[in-house]
Ligand binder design. Sequence first.
Ligand SMILES: [Zn+2]
Length: 135
Amino acid sequence: MHESQVARKLVATLEAAVNEKGAIGVKSVKVRLGGVHWVDPDAFRELFVLFSQGTKSELAQLEIEEAPPKARCQPCGFTFVPHDHHPLCPQCGSAEIEIEAEPDLQILELALIMTNQNIGVTQLDLGSDEIRPIC
Ligand SMILES: [Zn+2]
């Protein structure tokens, strides 16, 4: 459920970037997956391929960087990767856990395919500062 929302959002964002820049398609995109629930990268990749069919990101190469959430125990200070929404501290058993997570999805790099009457097909590289974090 969650992965599917995030994958749909990525496809929509890429479509908007292609239209905004007057490109003909997406060559490659690099994303960072974060979030409290930690989006599963394999499921995400499959959904991206599915949802991007027939869109301008259909042939895009997708590179995924993972950013798992971090949990920190308030009483003892132990840090660990949480595996569910209400984790217990593996060291002292406390439920007073603070979870830090990156946004569900950030686009780090994006390469668009452009056409130019004089020089044919070119590539436009956008850095993360040019692309808004999307959710
Ligand atoms: Zn603890």
